[in-house]
Design a protein around this ligand. Structure first.
Ligand code: ATP
Ligand code: MG
Length: 432
């Protein structure tokens, strides 16, 4: 074990959440071991603001319950304590080991997948069951030192992600670690150490064993943490995208002019910009974007078979959503608005008074409009439409009435030529 004393590292108590400090001091005063651990220590060493502060201790969940009034015990797989301070929750976990101690508490399935791991252990046990060396550093409240059991401090300095133990075995235990490698390397701009990177493409298929609900959570973290473009490119490079969004990979491959890829990357870039600016991005909008290439492809195929736009839209949305559910469990409260965003896209080419008002009043108008703007960045095909909608939104009700005239109808001069025959979204996708 290496002890990095207070004068050898940059972590100051001023950058630690006051509530986390409160928890640490209370534990220490009650005679328990108390450490800040995980991503927070890593982020503080890098001079970054941690997203959340996790605490590790030798106190058991029952002892925690007695020590903190604002304590909630949670977790089926492993009992954790949440110490609740209004909006902020400090997660406190008892040191645990992954070693099978013969108690039968640890169950491993044939493939090596970890099903239950609730065996308490020492701090060293707790360190080696974590994923990357950089995530296994402990900041001790007793002397403000950092405790390093497996070389994580050095790896933070070198900016490398290194899996603890045998990489292949660790991925087999929990395939989500492959996604975490990509996500953390995108977020921290860390290299993935060779032995840690090597098995990923080979073992990507193991993601099929992961619960779709967990993959949904992980996908949100991949794409809504401000590093969506880098995450996407990492997933692609390691063959993980084929497991996560197979229909999208297929659609991008068949779209030879690369337009769908440009929309997707541009959208992820703007998602990152919004996160950076502290603006929200809804999961529905994110999935509308991620699955847009697949939706466009399905739509093009169905229309080439002679289906009307309206029907093809419904069918394409159904098909893409249903297929996607096999890997990522997208809750209906997100998949429904996602579909609405898609289905509203062709409605932006309307100029008819009644339709304009109806679209403006739609609860999903803003999201659908933002989505249209995104598409617009890579092709100016809809420039006139967008100019129209930008203008319309800035007008008051009276001004709008003026534009459309008392009798209603279309905007004079600006009305697009009446379309003949079948309406289409103009997207070039090679049919299946
Ligand atoms: P961030 O919060 O910035 O996304 P993090 O490293 O803090 O990154 P969390 O998901 O908050 O990630 O997990 C907290 C800690 O729990 C990690 O630092 C790591 O030590 C441990 N951990 C999380 N997921 C796993 C896993 N799948 N296998 C082993 N250890 C894990
Ligand atoms: Mg964290």
């Amino acid at each position: 074990m290496r002890i990095i004393s207070r004068d050898q590292h940059c972590i100051s108590r001023r950058s630690i959440s006051p509530n986390a400090l409160r928890v640490l001091y209370r534990l220490r005063d009650a005679g328990f071991a108390a450490y800040l651990v995980g991503g927070a220590v890593r982020d503080l060493l890098l001079g970054r603001n941690p997203k959340d502060f996790d605490v590790a201790t030798d106190a058991t969940p029952d002892q925690l319950k007695q020590l903190f009034r604002n304590c909630r015990l949670i977790g089926r797989r492993f009992r954790l304590a949440h110490i609740v301070f209004g909006q902020e929750i400090i997660e406190v976990a008892t040191f645990r080991a992954n070693d099978d101690d013969g108690s039968g508490d640890r169950k491993v399935h044939d493939g090596g997948l970890l099903l239950r791991d609730n065996v308490y252990g020492s701090i060293e046990d707790d360190a080696i069951r974590r994923d990357f060396t950089t995530n296994a550093l402990y900041y001790a409240i007793s002397d403000f030192s950092v405790r390093d059991y497996i070389g994580g401090f050095e790896d933070v300095q070198q900016r490398v992600l290194r899996l603890i133990g045998d990489p292949e075995q660790r991925y087999r235990e929990d395939p989500v670690r492959m996604l975490r490698a990509i996500r953390l390397s995108a977020k921290l701009e860390f290299a993935i150490e060779e032995a840690t990177a090597e098995p990923i493409a080979r073992l990507a298929g193991l993601l099929a064993e992961v619960a779709p609900a967990r993959l949904f959570e992980e996908t949100l973290k991949l794409f809504l943490s401000g590093h969506a473009v880098a995450s996407f490119e990492g997933l692609e490079r390691f063959g993980l995208l084929d497991m996560l969004l197979p229909q999208v990979v297929e659609a991008l491959r068949s779209n030879r002019n690369g337009a769908l890829r440009r929309v997707l990357i541009e959208g992820l870039r703007s998602t990152d910009a919004r996160v950076e600016a502290d603006e929200s991005v809804s999961p529905a909008f994110l999935f509308a974007l991620l699955l847009w290439p697949a939706y466009c492809r399905a739509l093009a195929v169905l229309q080439s078979q002679g289906m009307s736009l309206e029907e093809a839209q419904q069918r394409a949305a159904d098909r893409v959503t249903l297929n996607q559910m096999q890997t990522i469990a997208l809750p209906r409260r997100f998949s429904l608005p996602m579909r609405e965003i898609w289905l509203m896209q062709p409605r932006f080419s309307t100029r008819q008074r009644k339709r304009v008002f109806r679209l403006l009043a739609h609860p999903r108008f803003r999201a659908a409009y933002d989505f249209m703007m995104l598409r617009q960045v890579v092709s100016d095909e809809h420039a006139a439409d967008m100019a129209f909608w930008r203008e319309v939104q800035q007008k008051s009700g009276d001004e709008l009435a003026e534009i459309f005239g008392p009798g209603g109808g279309a905007v004079e001069g600006e009305a697009p030529p009446r379309r003949r025959g079948r309406r289409r979204l103009t997207i070039t996708v090679d049919p299946e």
